[in-house]
Design a protein around this ligand. Structure first.
Ligand code: C5P
Length: 310
């Protein structure tokens, strides 16, 4: 079938909402032979999301437009993970891609919230639907894992344990909903940069692998209150993120002073998550953190939420 143009879709387009992820537990092990770090993490999808829309295009090729976070700054060519995702679906189907992809972004770029991975997951699903391509779960997972370690989780949403380099998932049945204030900063941290800093700090004897996820998994499954969850949050990348962007320390400290139950760097940072008791507390906390300054933007989010393919 290679060389054929993608069949015209009956509908005008397909839109998929894909949530951001957080890692309430992020245990980072030693680098493996392939350069990736072994992970023992718990992912959770939160209510902040990007929308990926795929529409048929008259001429062959993948044309990307972007609005919202990162518009004008992010690549719209092969350098964009969503572009690679669309190409993979076309390759899998044996068709020539002809698609307009629009990314409406609310997830901060390079913020530790898997925004690029979310867009890739959205592009996989939207293109498969637009072109009417049946992709089985195992194959979709394989395509997603080839795009990036966080992409498989972005397809699933909810709460899940991540092992391997983060791509091996075991769902967790979380009972409840937890409220966060998401504070972004005006800096970015690239994921590999943060992993390298973790390695460097470890050479100096700073930090260790928090492999045990059992306590936080039990807390989610048991519907723990926010106070209990606050004591269980772990991020082995936090010291590295703060070392790379020292201004994070004052942002975190400020949120705690304003009454957050915990301050937690999201993934490789620099976004900081503040845990609130409930939605009312989150609204008040967000207002106080905004007034204090120091954050580029402050959002409310809750999790877990369902993923795009759920
Ligand atoms: O998997 P992904 O392409 O998102 O990873 C980006 C980079 O982050 C990798 O090239 C690697 O340097 C680093 N990484 C890592 N260990 C992981 C995941 C990512 O070292 N488990």
């Amino acid at each position: 079938m290679t060389g054929q143009t993608a069949p015209a879709a009956p509908q005008a387009g397909v839109s998929v909402d894909v949530p951001a992820k957080i890692n309430p537990h992020l245990g980072v092990g030693d680098p493996r032979a392939d350069g990736y770090h072994a992970l023992s993490t718990v992912y959770q999808a939160i209510s902040l999301h990007d929308t990926v829309t795929a529409q048929p295009r008259d001429e062959p090729g993948i044309a990307i437009t972007i609005s919202g976070e990162g518009a004008g700054e992010l690549p719209t060519d092969e350098g964009n993970l969503a572009h690679k995702a669309a190409k993979l679906v076309a390759l899998y189907a044996g068709i020539e891609p002809a698609v307009k992809l629009h990314l409406n972004k609310r997830i901060p770029v390079a913020g530790g919230l898997a925004g690029g991975s979310a867009d890739a997951a959205g592009a996989l699903i939207a293109c498969a639907r637009l072109w009417d391509v049946e992709i089985g779960d195992a194959e979709l997972h394989r395509l997603a894992a080839g795009l990036g370690s966080d992409v498989p989780f972005c397809l699933k949403g909810g709460t899940a344990i991540g092992t391997g380099r983060g791509e091996e998932l075991t769902p967790v049945r979380a009972k409840g909903s937890w409220h966060w204030v998401v504070a972004t900063t005006d800096t970015q941290i690239s994921t590999p940069e943060c992993y390298k800093e973790v390695d460097r700090l470890r050479e100096d004897g700073i930090g260790r692998y928090s492999a045990d996820i059992a306590p936080i998994v039990a807390a989610f499954e048991g519907g723990a209150d926010a106070d209990s969850l606050a004591r269980l949050l772990v991020n082995d990348m936090e010291a590295a993120a703060v070392s790379l962007r020292p201004q994070l320390a004052s942002l975190m400290h400020g949120g705690l002073e304003e009454g957050a139950l915990a301050a937690h760097v999201s993934g490789s940072g620099p976004t900081v998550l503040f845990l609130a008791t409930d939605v009312k507390h989150a609204v008040a906390l967000a207002r106080r953190i905004r007034m204090r300054g120091g954050a580029r933007s402050v959002h409310l989010a809750h999790g877990p939420v369902s993923g795009p393919a759920a």
